[in-house]
Write a protein that binds this ligand. Structure first.
Ligand SMILES: [Fe+2]
Length: 241
């Protein structure tokens, strides 16, 4: 199926919904962290490249988010299967943005309410795209929940506290850190101390407060100008070990 058609189907009301079958491991040959068959996992780098090719400051974003998330995950003692789930989810978390028109995705000015509503569809579109590409279970749920918030004010389902998977809460934090540390069409990158202050301000509202504490402990030990890259490399190293 052509990519445009795939996105169109994923955005339509005819897209298959999440079912109990999606949460069950496959009987034979499945990645234990993501519940996804290896053949389907092998397609994910292609999907990641497609979203990075759309621009909007995303180049390298997925890899850095993966590294940051794994660094946090390793710090709290997650097993390797969970780190692999984190890394895979981070690589493709914004794949649903393939369904967002460039005039909205690349807009430098303030989004209208209608435009923001389109952006807010991307976790569900991403979940549906990944399912059509053969992914199952945990990976779909983490991608679906990466914009939920600790206080229940996120989207798409306003899940609160631990109603979202731990991996999705880690991904949310890592995604925001890298977004604030990167240049975007609508603003320049933020300095480290401002990012730390924002995380403290949003601890217990946007973010899981325990994860904020873990991240700040990690980050405050690395005060060089490339602190984000250093943390990301540290997380990537956990997977390579
Ligand atoms: Fe996103």
């Amino acid at each position: 199926m052509e990519l445009e058609s795939l996105v169109s189907v994923a955005k339509s009301k005819n897209a298959p919904r999440t079912s109990d079958a999606d949460t069950l491991p496959y009987g034979g040959g499945v990645d234990r962290g993501t519940n996804t068959p290896p053949a389907a996992l092998s397609r994910l780098p292609v999907l990641r490249s497609l979203i990075e090719a759309k621009g909007c400051g995303l180049l390298g974003h997925s890899a850095r988010v993966s590294g940051i998330a794994c660094a946090v995950g390793a710090k709290i003692g997650l097993p390797r299967t969970e780190l692999e789930l984190l890394a895979t989810a981070a690589e493709v978390h914004d794949i649903g943005k393939l369904g967002v028109p460039d005039r909205i995705l690349l807009k430098s000015g303030r989004l209208t309410d209608a435009e923001y509503a389109v952006i807010q569809q991307h976790p569900e579109v991403g979940r549906d795209l990944l399912r059509m590409a053969g992914s199952r279970g945990n990976l779909l749920d983490v991608v679906l929940c990466h914009h939920e918030r600790w206080d229940g004010e996120g989207y798409p389902f306003r899940r609160r506290t631990t109603e979202s998977p731990l991996a999705a809460r880690i991904l949310s934090l890592a995604d925001t850190v890298d977004a604030m540390a990167s240049d975007r069409p609508y603003r320049a990158s933020q300095p480290m101390e401002r990012i730390f202050g924002e995380l403290e301000r949003c601890s217990g509202t946007q973010f899981d407060p325990n994860l904020v504490d873990v991240f700040l402990t990690l980050a405050r030990g690395s005060r060089s100008h490339d602190w984000v890259d250093r943390i990301a490399a540290q997380g990537a190293g956990q997977l390579a070990a």
